[in-house]
Design a protein around this ligand. Structure first.
Ligand code: CIR
Length: 266
């Protein structure tokens, strides 16, 4: 069987920003402006559409202030996936609506208590799944994912996350064999050991970019990262997600991406 090809996702699930977003889980920082967050969300969705991704939109859920950060609620590996048990108890109620929306697109297995895992802690690079052990994801969660992933021949490798919310707060995929990593936030050694190229950047928001094939979305808060990736020939699109950074989120968090059959995506 030939290895799957890295490509832009075919579908992406997004969820609206509730009024309650002002009460999202966040560090001690300024409260987000919900109206501006909605405008930024609309531009983020437009960037996905412009990249050729078919977007599936779910309504906001006022009972769940963090519901727009859909990435944390599932890990999609193609035809198969894991419905997570998010590390923050207040977020677990986000999952049933996600399960219903994904039911027709992939075969989802639900995680069992007491394991916890957030999708923001899962970084796929080819046949490897790096799983961040963070304040939201534990060893049992990594084992649950490993069980699902093994059926597709994928291997889980755990990585300690000491600063920051999630693994992907600090490191994300740029292309099939390259990562961008916020230097100082995370040790590059596990990724280098896997044969990946690692581009180190100094901007905190630069560690989280969203690769959609050759196109890469980069936060407006990381202009030097955008220039670095453009110089490598990538099609960089800058998206302002300031109000999601205030909620400890970034570009990947705002969508759940589904690859086409026989493909894999960021
Ligand atoms: C949380 O603390 O759960 C949200 N305020 C932010 C989640 C960001 N998600 C992500 O990085 N995948």
């Amino acid at each position: 069987m030939s290895a799957p090809i890295f490509e832009a996702p075919i579908h992406a699930l997004v969820r609206g920003v509730p009024d309650a977003y002002v009460h999202c889980l966040r560090p001690e920082s300024a409260a987000p402006d919900v109206a501006l967050a909605r405008e930024q969300h609309a531009r983020y969705v437009a960037a996905l559409v412009d990249a050729g991704v078919e977007v599936v939109r779910l309504d906001a859920d006022e009972a769940h202030p963090d519901c727009c950060f859909v990435e944390d609620t599932a890990v999609i590996l193609g035809g198969r996936g894991l419905l997570t048990r998010p590390g923050a108890p207040s977020r677990r109620g986000e999952c049933p609506a996600i399960a219903a929306a994904l039911a027709a697109r992939c075969d989802l297995q639900a995680m069992r208590e007491p394991a916890v895992l957030d999708g923001g802690d899962v970084l796929r690079a080819g046949s490897l799944l790096f799983v961040g052990l963070s304040g939201r994801t534990d060893e049992a969660g990594a084992r649950e994912l490993a069980g699902v992933a093994a059926r597709d021949g994928l291997e889980v490798r755990t990585v300690p996350v000491v600063g920051g919310l999630h693994l992907k707060s600090a490191v994300t995929l740029v292309d099939a064999g390259t990562l961008v990593l916020h230097a100082g936030a995370l040790d590059a050694a596990p990724f280098l050991a896997a044969g990946l190229d690692v581009l180190r950047v100094d901007e905190p928001a630069g560690g989280n970019v969203l690769a959609l094939g050759r196109r890469v979305l980069v936060s407006a808060a990381a202009p030097a990262t955008g220039r670095l990736l453009a110089a490598r020939g990538l099609d960089v699109v800058t998206v302002d997600v300031s109000e999601f950074h205030k909620g400890d989120g970034a570009l990947t968090c705002l969508s759940l991406r589904v690859p086409a059959a026989g493909r894999w995506c960021a």
